[in-house]
Design a protein around this ligand. Structure first.
Ligand SMILES: [Zn+2]
Length: 352
């Protein structure tokens, strides 16, 4: 089975052309973290990590994106490290207890936008009562349980989000920068335990992450006369971390923002909705309980172009009170990752 710990080896074996493209975008650094285990700890270390040697010489693989400065540190041992935190009580019970809340009655117990509600067969929009930005809507799912959704559900949610964007833009044409997000449950910062997505429309310029990606991609294209998003896909494909299906380019990202990041590059929201559903299905089967999805969209007046880029990330177990990001992610900008992108890729590919 392939592993991120062998990434350098895979790159070495590429054709010159593929290797050059890989090295243009990525730098891979292998390192070893050494330590000594006292004999009193050995038995515990073996039961926890399998061997003393693997712990005393830990392989660390660092991947840096030379274009965007995204950076990730992979060490598989971290996935097995002890977590000393309080455990929440039964989360399914918690979700059930919230049945009958405001989002179960969206027409009477959620605000509506000045341009009204958009209604789908499986969802309805509302206006976020405490807004991130001036135009901030909700797609409230009919299904209460945030972890229960079908393909037709996801298609409906995204269709309604897109309709909301069109309606909002028509009424407020200066708000031309759309962004769709799906925060699933509290580890992903959702404050309401009822399934919902959110949509925002920015004015003046796009949100920071999307604007910076645009600038990096523009600079890349000027220097190398090649499309950055095409090349990101090619590089991931060359090392066995991407495939294409129904005009969707699906990849497990080499510099993930956090655990199990998947990226779907597509031509439209409609076109990527099935791929998003399939990736989520794989997530649920891998035991993911809380996730974020962010969908990057180009400005509605087409003043610049970017493919539709959906990013998905696992935010960890609901019963684990430790937050998944700390000083490395928040300030150093190098994300510490326990999940192996190759394992995620193999599982996701089975769903397609
Ligand atoms: Zn509900």
């Amino acid at each position: 089975m392939n592993s991120i710990l062998s990434l350098s080896k895979y790159v070495m074996n590429l054709s010159k052309k593929d290797k050059d493209l890989f090295s243009r975008i990525y730098t891979v650094t292998e390192d070893v973290g050494a330590l000594k285990i006292p004999k009193e700890m050995k038995e515990w270390v073996i039961s926890r990590f399998g061997s003393v040697r693997a712990v005393e010489n830990q392989k660390i693989v660092r991947v840096d994106n030379n274009v965007t400065c995204e950076s990730a540190l992979f060490n598989e041992l971290r996935a097995m490290r002890p977590i000393e935190a309080n455990k929440n009580e039964n989360t399914q019970k918690f979700i059930k207890e919230k049945i009958g809340g405001d989002f179960c009655n969206p027409n009477t117990r959620t605000a509506e936008d000045t341009f009204g509600r958009v209604k789908g067969s499986r969802s309805v929009t509302g206006s976020n009562i405490a807004k991130y930005d001036a135009l901030h809507g909700l797609v409230i799912f009919k299904e209460h349980n945030p972890l229960k959704f079908s393909l037709s559900d996801v298609k409906d949610y995204l269709k309604i989000a897109e309709k909301w964007i069109k309606k909002g833009y028509k009424k407020y044409p200066e708000r031309k920068y759309p962004y769709i997000m799906w925060n699933c449950l509290w580890k992903a910062a959702a404050s309401i335990a009822h399934g919902h997505m959110q949509i925002v429309l920015a004015k003046n310029r796009h949100y920071g992450g999307i604007e910076s990606l645009r600038r990096f991609a523009e600079g890349y294209s000027k220097v190398f006369k090649s499309d950055y998003h095409d090349d990101i896909y090619r590089v991931h494909k060359s090392v066995g971390l991407a495939f294409e299906k129904k005009n969707n380019r699906v990849l497990t990202y080499l510099t993930p923002v956090k655990e199990k990041e998947m990226i779907i590059i597509s031509k439209s929201i409609k076109n990527c909705s099935e791929a998003i559903y399939r990736a989520l299905k794989a997530y649920l089967e891998m035991g993911v309980e809380s996730f974020n999805i962010g969908i990057y969209l180009q400005p509605l007046d087409n003043s610049w172009n970017m493919p539709v880029i959906a990013r998905l990330v696992d935010r960890g177990s609901l019963s684990n009170n430790t937050v998944d990001i700390g000083g490395m992610e928040i300030f150093a900008g190098s994300n510490v990752i326990a999940s192996d992108p190759y394992k995620v890729f193999d599982r996701v590919k089975e769903e397609f």
